[in-house]
Write a protein that binds this ligand. Structure first.
Ligand code: IVH
Length: 673
């Protein structure tokens, strides 16, 4: 066989990298992709293969090298060459006008000041350093002077170019320090939380926390699995190119391949900034990311320099905050709920209050640290807020009850079974360790019977509670040994309904591996991971004997997940239960992955509430037919399925001329109509 011509292969790899980088730029920066996901994936695979066969062709900035580094023990320190400042706030239009006057006074000028108005993103600020075009270091803001080195994690964000693009006019600067905000789009945040809830992991309170948590992962593989995005908006030290204004800077970095917010706008005077704020106040809820205000920056860099700074904030910029959606109410009680894996979560029971169109009667208090920090006690009047569309939270206590209740403490014993509660040093979570805790068992059964697990109808909360209390079901497999007589003997259970429940349990025996895996409630294994595992291992037997190393070879499975799966099956009690359960079930081999079905390579976005099925079910059907489901609408989307009360996604689809289906249309496409 002739020796492969290395020159030729090198040129081929370079060409593929250029193409991939170009399509990344079209997709992330210009929001105007020209190829399908499938075509993009094909190029990536081809490059991966080439680099695998000829490792000498690999370059550190190859798009295949986003997850390069191994997990680290802690983050290094990065000293910012120029301090990362914070912004002063304007709380209303008056303060905004006052800011403009102050600037004019300082400059001794009556002329209108030109501003750039931008959306104030509620994420995590970071600095990227490009040296001769290559991404060298990325860091968090930290205290403004010292940040944390998060280079390995930032590299995993697809919208961050590993190498700057050569602009059509001009050149790549010698040094470009650029600051911006890492965010998680709202839709992606909701999906991430749904996944986590499903997998028995604590949910994030808001997209900001999710972004921060994801960026501060010691294992870049975990960060890579999180849907992070980024917008760049401010310069640090720049050498080898000159920008004269903020607007020129934004256009300039966009041409270099960096993502900037398309909503930023030049405002000829302060009135235009106020208008921008009004407009964004209206639009904020339809934005795909959390924003907490508008930032106004003096456009001219010469003026910025003259204005300088006062106590860590520039005199030339201000944050004009949106009005929060808040309400006051009373904390009637603080309760503790026990989750499936035994975690204890404090919840505030509130005197019902209307907020942004819904009645709120619960607020999550997240954990003990949070309650202590805010010193929230029963009977106190509190301010609650809904940020974006997320679950409400308690901002602060506004009026202490008189006399005041004692500070809340976590129970030392489970409120349900009385078993001991453990709390690991340095961790925020508290757990009930009793594996047969009735509260945990109830949650486990509920999860096992849920729509996306074994889908057993009729197992309502009251019935499940009785099954557990009377010890009729001590382990999941015992559901399958229940009889009509046993059920009919329970409160509020007639013969007929008992029969219905038994029938539903019997029907659930015909199932699929991903449903069973999801239903077991293994920590960190939610729907998505269950599907991935089912595809790979095909049987419970094979999965239960897979080593941690085997598991780690699966795409999307990181060390934490691998360990958790192993721990589950290493527990003899679990393994025995699974073996017994298997005898009751007829588990079908998983459907073939995308590729063969009628919807092969088609991309769908679901919005609004569907009538005859839940979203997850629609998703599963689309995937089984070879399609893909994503969370946001772009030109790459083939179909948008709109249910009742669709959101901004429908509008976007219409703007882009994407085909919109209703539920019937989807079923027809699936051949079920
Ligand atoms: S400019 C010297 N622009 O707000 C000015 N900041 O309170 C530096 N932020 O730490 C910041 N969106 O995390 C700027 N369009 C935007 C922003 C923005 C969000 C955050 C940033 C910063 C904080 C300042």
């Amino acid at each position: 066989m002739p020796k492969p011509d290395l020159h030729h292969l090198k040129a081929k790899a370079e060409k593929l990298r250029d193409q991939i980088n170009h399509h990344n730029y079209l997709y992330h920066v210009l929001d105007a992709p020209e190829v399908s996901d499938a075509e993009y994936d094909r190029m990536m695979r081809e490059l991966e293969e080439l680099e695998r066969e000829h490792p000498e062709l690999l370059t550190p900035d190859s798009p295949t090298q986003r997850v390069g580094a191994a997990p680290s023990e802690k983050f290094g320190v990065v000293v910012h060459r120029r301090m990362m400042m914070s912004l002063a706030n304007a709380m209303d239009a008056e303060e905004m006008v006052e800011f403009d006057k102050r600037i004019k006074r300082f400059l001794k000028s009556d002329e209108d000041i030109e501003y750039v108005a931008e959306v104030k993103l509620d994420g995590l600020s970071v600095e990227l350093v490009y040296e001769n075009g290559a991404l060298a270091v990325a860091s968090t803001r930290g205290d403004g002077i010292n940040g944390e080195d998060v280079t390995a994690n930032i590299r995993t964000i697809r919208a961050v170019p590993l190498h700057l693009r050569k602009p059509d006019r001009g050149h790549i600067p010698r040094l470009l320090e650029v600051r911006g905000e890492v965010i998680i789009p709202k839709a992606a945040f909701e999906r991430l939380n749904a996944e986590r809830e499903n997998a028995g992991e604590p949910v994030f309170a808001n997209p900001r926390n999710a972004a921060a948590g994801s960026l501060r992962q010691l294992d870049p593989k975990v960060t890579a699995s999180r849907p992070l995005g980024i917008f760049l908006y401010a310069p640090g030290v720049v050498e080898g190119v000159e920008f004269k204004s903020q607007w020129e800077f934004l256009q300039g970095i966009k041409a270099l391949g960096l993502r900037v917010n398309p909503l930023s706008r030049v405002c000829p005077n302060v009135n235009a900034v106020l208008e921008y704020w009004n407009e964004m106040t209206e639009r904020r809820h339809s934005l795909d990311y959390d924003a907490d205000g508008v930032v106004a920056k003096v456009n001219s860099f010469t003026l910025q320099e003259r204005l300088g700074e006062v106590s860590r904030s520039p005199r030339w910029a201000i944050a004009f905050k949106f009005k929060a959606q808040q309400a006051e109410t009373v904390v009637e009680k603080i309760e503790v709920q026990v989750g499936r894996i035994g975690s204890l979560t404090p919840v505030a029971k509130l005197r019902p209050v209307a907020l942004a169109g819904v009645t709120i009667s619960n607020a999550s208090l997240h954990n003990l640290d949070e309650i202590r920090r805010k010193d929230i006690r029963e009977g106190d009047t509190v301010l609650i807020e809904r940020a974006g569309d997320v679950i409400p939270y308690v901002v602060q206590v506004t009026k202490e009850a008189k006399p005041r209740a004692r500070p809340f403490t976590m129970p030392s014993h489970c409120p349900d079974c009385g078993g001991s509660v453990v709390h690991e040093e340095g961790e925020v979570a508290y757990f009930c360790v009793n594996t047969s805790c009735p509260a945990r068992m109830r949650e486990s059964i509920r999860h096992f019977a849920s729509k996306n697990s074994l889908d057993i109808d009729g197992l309502g909360d009251k019935l499940v509670a009785q099954l557990v209390d009377r010890k009729l079901v001590r382990e999941l497999d015992e559901l399958y040994s229940l009889t009509v007589e046993q059920l009919a003997g329970l409160e509020r259970m007639a013969q007929k309904s008992a029969q219905n429940v038994i029938d539903a349990i019997q029907r659930s025996r015909d199932t699929t591996l991903d449903r069973v895996l999801n239903g077991l409630g293994i920590r960190h294994v939610g729907e998505h991971t269950a599907r991935v595992l089912a595809q790979r291992f095909k049987t419970l037997e094979a999965l239960s004997s897979a080593s941690e190393d085997d598991l780690l070879t699966v795409r999307d499975i990181g060390p934490e997940v691998a360990r958790s799966i192993r721990e589950y099956f290493d527990e003899p009690r679990n393994l025995k239960m699974v073996r017994r359960l298997e005898r009751h079930l007829r588990i079908a081999a998983p459907a073939e992955p995308s590729g063969r079905g009628a919807l092969r390579d088609k991309t769908f976005v679901l919005t609004g509430t569907l009538e005859s099925m839940q979203r997850e079910e629609a998703e599963r059907k689309i995937m089984a037919a070879g399609g893909r489901v994503t969370s946001s609408v772009s030109r790459k989307t083939d179909f948008v399925v709109a249910g009742a009360d669709p959101g901004s996604k429908l509008r976007k689809a219409q703007e882009l001329g994407i085909r919109v289906l209703d539920e019937r249309g989807l079923l027809e496409l699936l051949g079920e109509g």
